[in-house]
Design a protein around this ligand. Structure first.
Ligand code: SF4
Length: 53
C-alpha cells in the first residue's frame, strides 16, 4: 500500500504544493490492450481539472 503519493500533475484539483496528492485515495488504470508495458500506458482516474471542483 502506498503511504504517500507523489504527483506532478499540478492542474489537478487534488494536487498540493510539494508534489503531494490530497485525494483520500486514488484509482490508477491502464490504457493498453493486455499488459501495460510503460508508465505512459497507465494513468490516474481520480484526476479532476482544478477549475471543475
Ligand atoms: S488525484 Fe491523481 S492526478 Fe490528482 S494529484 Fe492525486 S495522483 Fe495526481
Amino acid at each position: 500500500m502506498a503511504k504517500d503519493v507523489k504527483c506532478g500533475v499540478h492542474s489537478c484539483a487534488f494536487w498540493k504544493s510539494g508534489n503531494k496528492c490530497g485525494a483520500k485515495n486514488i484509482v490508477v488504470e491502464m490504457y493498453s490492450e493486455g499488459k501495460a508495458k510503460t508508465s505512459g500506458q497507465t494513468g490516474c482516474q481520480t484526476f479532476r481539472p482544478k477549475d471543475l471542483l
